[in-house]
Design a protein around this ligand. Structure first.
Ligand SMILES: Cc1cc2nc3c(=O)[nH]c(=O)nc-3n(C[C@H](O)[C@H](O)[C@H](O)COP(=O)(O)O)c2cc1C
Length: 151
């Protein structure tokens, strides 16, 4: 491989999927709505897609898109005072998105979704901090195929 071809390959935009969890704090009644509307607006501009859940006082979010765009969104989110103790639970390069139709989908706190949380959680209460990266990936994949969403 020539040097120019090698450089071309390395320059090619790369997509990643980042999954993190954080603890919700100081949340007012309209905060989740606000988070969703700014997420959808900003993520659309950056071609970032994903989903967010809030359950058991814990945010769990999947962000996917071009690597620098996902990093920019994540750094922005880290500064938000409505949550703390963020932990990256999974980070991988991807060749395709899962959440093609969602700049930020909200995983609603329905009974159906609670059962789904439990399916992938080793504890009786939903606790993504204890979940493995493969379990988290399967959880989000199943959310897309079977859980009910709020828009
Ligand atoms: C758990 C959580 C997830 C968030 N996710 C996103 C997101 O995916 N995209 C986004 O732009 N902002 C997200 N936000 C909101 C940002 O922290 C910030 O409030 C927002 O981007 C401000 O946007 P604005 O300057 O356009 O009003 C999230 C906040 C929290 C607490």
């Amino acid at each position: 491989m020539t040097m120019s071809l090698l450089l071309k390959v390395c320059d090619y935009p790369m997509m990643i999927r980042l999954i993190y969890a954080s603890r919700a704090i100081n949340l007012g009644p309209v905060d989740v709505k606000d988070i969703l509307s700014s997420s959808r607006r900003n993520n659309h501009q950056l071609a970032v897609t994903g989903a967010l859940s809030l359950s058991n006082g814990i945010f769990l979010q999947c962000l996917e898109g071009e690597r620098s765009a996902v990093n920019a969104v994540y750094h922005h989110i880290l500064k938000d005072k409505r949550h703390n103790k963020p932990e990256i639970l999974s980070l991988e390069e991807i060749t395709q998105r899962q959440f093609t139709g969602w700049n930020m989908g909200l995983i609603a706190a329905t009974a159906e979704n609670s059962a789904l949380f439990l399916k992938y959680s080793s504890t009786s209460e939903f606790d993504p901090f204890t979940m493995s990266a493969p379990a988290l990936k399967e959880f989000f994949a199943e959310v897309l195929s079977s859980a009910r969403w709020l828009s």
